[in-house]
Design a protein around this ligand. Sequence first.
Ligand code: AMP
Length: 424
Amino acid sequence: MSFSSLGLAPSLINAVTEIGYTEPTAIQSAAIPAALRGDDVLGAAQTGSGKTAAFALPMLNALLAKRGARAAGQGVHGLVLVPTRELAAQVGEAIRALVQHLPVPVKVSIVFGGVSINPQMMALRGGADIVVATPGRLLDLVDHNALDISSAATLVLDEADRLLDMGFTEEIGRILALLPARRQNLFFSATFPSAVQTLAHHLLRNPVRVEAASAPEHEPDIAQRAIAVDAVRRQVLLKHLIKENKWSRVLVFVATKYASEHVAEKLRRNGIRAEAFHGDFSQGARTEVLADFKNSRLQVLVATDVAARGIDIVQLPVVVNFDLPRAPAEYTHRIGRTGRAGASGMAVSFVSAETEAHFRLIEKRLGIRVPREQVAGFEPVETAPVAHPATDIVNGGIKGARKSKKDKLREAAAAAATRAAASE
Ligand code: AMP
């Protein structure tokens, strides 16, 4: 399958070629022809599947066709609703990257809350062709008469499940009432709990269902490694691995803001371009750090889970779990930052005597087994503080008489969760 067989305008085929896509992903092959016909689309797809281009290309195709007959600045053509500011920036920038290569100017506005509304109002003067927005801020802008969405021909709901999870149901209802009744709806979600199904049912007319799921060529190819190392030696090991393997871009996960600052600072002292990335950063600082990371001014980003949520960096070969995640789902989420869009990736977890039992629990829950490795010069010497089964027997082995291993793990996990929550 090639982009030229999907029915897109030649200038869009040229644009995707310019940004380096050689062939459509599974979701693009399925969604684009349907959307070009004008059908509503119900897509089951996650970040990394290529869903942004799957809705952006047909939306731009229709805009270009309309442009043939009309001048620029005729009101909003496409509205893309997203759950978070990170996703708004990411999706907006992806669409901007495409329109850059078009023969006619297309204005893409990105709006989200948590920052001053004034610059966004200024930026919307003169209108916009495509608006990528979080729901709350979009409504604020409409209320300020800075934006009129009554002409939008296409509505995209991106990550609909997260939009509902984050409590935007009412806002979405208000936005729908402001849109023209005759429009195309493109609906994307990674999961389909009943609230999402209800919204899809309410919104879509005879949708074409498309799924990204099981295209083997786009299954993430992530090599998982676990290195046994003493907790106190993780910092030096990290530096060693980065230098030894010449890792060009690494996302390091830590448990706290303090650790994020501390680990980044130590790396910098060793001549590695590293920066912390945590929940205290202002939106401006976040955007700047992410841009530096993407354009390789930064080599290492040391992030907390909260800060890293929603980060999508295509060329991210290595993720390091400096501190292990608390929950198995977080492990999956973290390692999923690498190996995107068909690229291969590596996820390295540091496991110490103290965290070995916790990592085993993660493996068990996820049904995986990652062999422990040792790195020469960094062999662990610490021993596990948790009780050995033999000791339990010596002590009578009576259940309930003393804390079980599981109880201890639960307590440790709860304590870690409290600590991390307090630090975020
Ligand atoms: P998305 O799921 O839309 O966030 O896309 C994931 C990543 O895949 C993005 O960073 C895109 O730049 C990249 N991508 C999207 N479509 C293609 C394609 N057809 N070929 C290669 N990379 C792509």
